[in-house]
Design a binder for this molecule. Sequence first.
Ligand SMILES: O=c1ccn([C@H]2C[C@H](O)[C@@H](COP(=O)(O)OP(=O)(O)OP(=O)(O)O)O2)c(=O)[nH]1
Ligand SMILES: [Mg+2]
Length: 161
Amino acid sequence: MRAALQNSSVIGPTVGFVRLPHAEGLPLPAYESTGAAGMDVRAAVPDDRPLLILPGKRALVPTGLILEIPEGMEGQVRPRSGLAFKHGLTVLNSPGTVDSDYRGEVKVLLINLGDEDFAVTRGMRIAQIVFAVVTQAAVEERSLAGGTARGSGGFGSTGTA
Ligand SMILES: O=c1ccn([C@H]2C[C@H](O)[C@@H](COP(=O)(O)OP(=O)(O)OP(=O)(O)O)O2)c(=O)[nH]1
Ligand SMILES: [Mg+2]
């Protein structure tokens, strides 16, 4: 297994991670390669009590982490393609939004779209978080929207080929 990327080679803002007692002993999220867009996050479920997700069912998986994301950024909770491909396991609300002012525990809403039970075990890398810059927009009510060449065409209006 490749070692997770060292902090020193990261160019970008700093996100704070507060570890809750049930994440004690688990590695903090980390980029698994130099160009990884997302940090893999781990399940902070008890060692002796894996979380079983039956086919078609969903579960909120604790990460044991509180994040301090810089203002003007968000955390996007995304599925891992390997889990999706091999087990049909995905993030139901993907991409989950972690707001910069959220100070609760980050949780991952997994759903099992596969046909077998899936056991989430302690320390399993269940999802990835991408940190991205976001903009808050001001709202201005207008009576008419300005014209464009597209107009109201959408939902396949330009064809498929
Ligand atoms: O996958 C996720 C999505 C959200 N959250 C946390 C962080 C986020 O800041 C908060 C609220 O998320 P969201 O705005 O998507 O949910 P809501 O249903 O609108 O809840 P709220 O009314 O609390 O905003 O829940 C997670 O831990 N994991
Ligand atoms: Mg909300």
